[in-house]
Design a protein around this ligand. Structure first.
Ligand code: BGC
Length: 423
């Protein structure tokens, strides 16, 4: 299989850096909501091991890296910025540059400083300028080192898990609030899109790229002939992702979302960022997994064609290059990750879609939110007690396909053929 796209890796600040900061995930941990009791202050200690991590990345041949920044670390108090933290990120970005690794910088990835959380975070339209203030700061501080930005990671997952299902902080259970959060975040994305372009233009750059990372799934009725299942599929699709896609990409706010502020219809993405993991089988207003479906270690269905189906849907709304900003799986023993990657890349390669980048989630094992350290998504194993890194078999597979720009027969034989788990 030949591949005509760039292969990279993805991460987020809270999940890898470690460090004790006053943010909503630290708070969630203090309240005892992390299943295995692990503390995000440990994570993968990237704070101290960043150089080693970038060296491993370079050794694997990776040239594009999607990374995050920790808002609570950069702005510990409203308007009070931490110079040392900014310097740390500048060093990291500069080191990446010396290794020819291009950053795609995520500004918000699930984590709010507690001061922002206490103001109501993204539930309050009045807080939109607060987020934009941070965006402004980020561009002033890092705009000379970064050309490409993800404004917000997965507004739908953030809203649904935190405000409807109550499993992410702040643990609310209100559908109305979840829709409001999606609406406010969409407004934040649209305004951040324009702001980043404006600021970078003023700095003299013309090669800026901005998008958001959309978590999209394939939704399918549990029983195709069941009218109720079909109706729920339409509703869940719209509530979880369909309305948000239109709002963020095009500034079109349809039910159940609301437009906050003067937002014009337009085109608010230079690339289509897609985080794809799974398919949901719908029989009510919730999630479901098809009986007998192949699943990963967290019970999520593995459905490779869905990556191309989801990318195709985005492309149908706005024709832009596609960046798979996340795709990966929880495979604690690394027994099927290589096949997972292979099958998803194959689906993309055969789709004929303009996919330019594929950022695998994740580079090293990391703090997997509510699951803590117990769910491993990385190409590189982390022993959390010693923080020792070991490249997994799937990591070597990934390096081999980068080197060969595809999967040769030899690579297939060496890495995929013996993997027992088929999907
Ligand atoms: C999130 C990541 C997370 C991954 C696996 C995505 O929804 O953006 O932060 O680790 O899924 O659960």
């Amino acid at each position: 299989m030949k591949l005509n796209l760039q292969l990279g890796v993805s991460s987020s600040a809270t999940q890898i850096e470690g460090g004790d900061y006053s943010h909503n995930w630290n708070d969630w941990f203090q309240k005892g909501h992390i299943k295995d009791g692990s503390n995000p202050a440990r994570a993968a200690d990237h704070l101290n091991r960043w150089k080693e991590d970038i060296d491993i990345m370079a050794e694997l041949g990776i040239r594009v890296y999607r990374l995050g920044i920790e808002w609570a670390r950069l702005e510990p108090a409203p308007g009070g910025y931490n110079k040392d933290a900014a310097e740390w990120y500048r060093q990291l970005l500069t080191y990446m540059k010396s290794k020819d690794i291009i950053p795609l910088l995520t500004i918000h990835h699930f984590t709010n400083p507690m001061w922002f959380e206490e103001m109501g975070g993204f539930t309050q339209p009045a807080n939109i300028p607060v987020f934009l203030g941070f965006v402004d700061y980020v561009i002033q501080r890092f705009g000379d080192l970064v050309d490409e930005y993800v404004t917000i990671n997965e507004p739908n997952v953030f809203a649904v898990m935190g405000y409807f299902q109550g499993v992410f902080p702040p643990g609310e259970r209100s559908m109305r609030t979840a829709f409001r959060v999606q609406s406010v975040m969409a407004a934040c994305h649209i305004q951040a899109y324009s702001l980043i372009h404006k600021l970078r233009r003023e700095m003299g750059y013309t090669n800026t790229k901005v998008g958001f990372a959309h978590h999209a799934r394939v939704f399918t009725p549990r029983f195709k002939r069941n009218l109720w299942h079909r109706l729920c599929t339409c509703l869940v699709e719209r509530f979880f992702q369909g309305a948000l896609t239109r709002a963020c990409l095009l500034g079109r706010f349809v039910f159940p979302l609301k437009k906050y502020g003067k937002l014009k219809r337009g085109e608010y993405a230079d690339f289509l960022g897609l985080n794809y993991y799974t398919r949901s089988s719908v029989s009510g207003l919730g999630d479901g997994v098809r009986k007998g479906a192949p699943v990963n270690d967290l019970g999520w269905e593995i459905y490779p064609p869905g990556i191309a189906e989801s990318a195709g849907q985005l492309q149908g709304l706005l024709p832009r290059p596609i960046y798979i900003t996340e795709n990966g799986t929880c495979d604690n023993n690394d027994t099927f990750r290589s096949r997972y990657i292979y099958e998803h890349l194959k689906a993309l390669a055969e789709s004929g879609l303009p996919v330019e980048r594929y950022y695998h989630w994740c580079f090293t094992d990391n703090f997997e939110w509510c699951e803590g350290e117990s769910a491993r998504f990385g190409l590189v194993h982390v022993d959390y007690a010693t923080q020792k890194r070991t490249i997994k078999k799937s990591g070597r597979f990934y390096a081999a396909i980068i080197k060969n720009q595809g999967v040769t027969d030899e690579i297939y034989k060496e890495f995929i053929e013996q993997e027992a788990y088929h999907f």
